[in-house]
Design a protein. Structure first.
Length: 485
């Protein structure tokens, strides 16, 4: 299928695939080349990459691959939207400066394994307990004296701030000058004695560093995805979950939008209809993380061969427990990578409080098809009932949407603002935006529990797949929109 691509796309495929580390072992290198080639050919040959005119509205209509009618796409509302304050930041040249006198953190801890404790939960009691939790997030606004202290503010108040993080689920540090730069942001989390780790999806190639030596990832700022609404989720998979996170704003969206979303998993649990919770808890859920559309007319033996190739060459690059399944969402020829079954409710590892702990609001296709979406079909997700692999019905999706969005705080984060998040308690997301935007995030492991943290560290040399996929994503046009037809 290479000849069917345009000349520029053929060049893109080969330039990315053959930039892998020549020092890698032969088998590993070949596997990664085959993997990247397969993914890039799938994407590069799709009509999904046609640019469109810039949008001036948040409501669009696109076809859906899983519904007979075309739902209208509308950006969701939030329960609370603080006002913008128009605080000044630094120039990109200034805020990207790293303190080279500090140690290189690129060999950070591996993301820890997910702490599951979900057996025997009484739903009614869990909702009553969750309802008692204080509002999330806690807002901490800097005074002139706080700013004068710099990093010392965080070291002196470390114990209280760490306790408040567990109590409230998230802390919005607002108006702090220290965190307006990469170097200052690192000073902040080091003063709090937090230990950085990899993003749980680092191995997928979908995570790009803003400053690798500072363990700082770039958030989803790519111009090609600015029209994509990111629903509520924890940075977790059924296998790995970061303990905490620090989201920092260096530059707010230059034209409009781009609010950072946060919602309390306890509040959502308390809000949901008991009948919906009991249904999902008893049946559990499974999440499909990727689609690969194979011509349905291919012989079964060929389709099974493709399935086996993907299972061997692609799936291991995603540090997740995946099963390759055909046509779970009803689309002929669609091969989906599906996570293992998981309960939608979990007890917090430290506090023991039950929380809504799943990514359905972000991943459910019926919700994605009803809001702005700029993800290629290969990256579209779905949520299934684990007992029969049927997609969540519209009624359950609507209830998840209602309860989740009622408790969204759409933060007006400006330069220097940081949202410190308990990743087991609070869920996060991002609204659509126009212009340029630069937010970043550092993930943290269990610094006070070596057993939970584990002893794995990142192998920096095994980063070629990550780099290749990020090069492909950077190639997408700024006005990219997924053509779901």
């Amino acid at each position: 299928c290479i000849p069917s691509l345009s000349h520029s796309r053929r060049r893109l495929v080969f330039s990315i695939v053959f930039r892998f580390n020549p020092e890698a072992e032969a088998v590993e290198a070949i596997t990664m080349k085959v993997t990247a080639t397969a993914l890039l050919l799938t994407l590069a040959s799709a009509s999904a990459f046609a640019p469109i005119a810039s949008r001036t509205t948040l409501s669009t209509k696109l076809a859906s691959t899983v519904e007979k009618t075309t739902p209208e796409r509308i950006a969701p509302d939030a329960g609370y939207e603080p006002e913008w304050e128009d605080r000044e930041g630094l120039s990109p040249e200034e805020f990207m400066n790293s303190d080279v006198s500090k140690p290189d953190l690129s060999g950070m801890w591996e993301c820890p394994l997910t702490r599951w404790d979900s057996a025997g939960i009484d739903i009614v009691k869990a909702q009553k307990e969750a309802k008692k939790m204080p509002h999330c997030p806690l807002e901490v606004r800097a005074s002139a004296a706080d700013n004068a202290m710099g990093a010392e503010y965080f070291s002196k108040n470390r114990d209280k701030l760490r306790a408040d993080l567990l109590k409230y689920g998230a802390i919005w540090f607002r108006g702090f000058d220290l965190m307006k730069s990469v170097a200052g942001n690192r000073e902040m989390h080091e003063a709090l004695a937090l230990e950085p780790c990899l993003d749980p999806l680092h191995s997928s190639g979908l995570r790009k560093f803003a400053s690798e030596r500072d363990a700082l990832y770039e958030e989803v700022n790519k111009p090609s995805l600015r029209g994509h609404y990111i629903g509520l989720h924890s940075e977790s998979t059924a296998k790995r979950t970061a303990a905490y996170a620090a989201f920092v704003c260096f530059q707010r969206a230059t034209e409009s939008g781009g609010r950072f979303l946060v919602a309390d998993g306890s509040a959502i649990l308390a809000e949901l209809k008991t009948s919906t919770l009991e249904k999902l808890y008893n049946r559990k859920i499974r999440i499909s993380v990727s689609n690969l559309d194979i011509p349905p007319a291919l012989p079964d033996v060929v389709k099974e061969g493709i399935k086996g190739l993907v299972d061997v060459a692609v799936a291991p690059k995603f540090d997740m427990d995946l099963e390759m399944i055909y046509e779970s969402d009803g689309k002929p020829g669609r091969l989906q990578a599906v996570e293992t079954a998981e309960p939608p409710i979990n007890r917090h590892p430290v506090t023991g409080v039950p929380v809504w702990f799943n990514n359905s609001h972000n991943h459910a296709r019926k919700l994605r098809d009803r809001r702005p979406c700029g993800v290629p079909e290969v990256g579209m997700t779905e949520v299934f009932y684990a007992d029969n692999m049927e997609p969540l019905d519209l009624e359950d999706c609507a209830e998840i949407k209602r309860a989740s969005e009622k408790h969204i705080t759409a933060l007006s984060m400006e330069p220097g603002d940081v949202l410190l998040v308990d990743n087991y308690r609070a869920l996060h997301g991002r609204d659509v935006f126009q212009g340029d935007r630069f937010h970043a995030v550092t993930w943290f492991t269990w610094d006070q529990n070596p057993e939970w943290r584990g002893d794995e560290r990142r192998i920096v040399e095994k980063n070629a797949f990550n780099q290749a996929i990020n090069q492909m994503m950077d190639w997408l046009p700024k006005d990219f929109e997924s053509d779901q037809s």
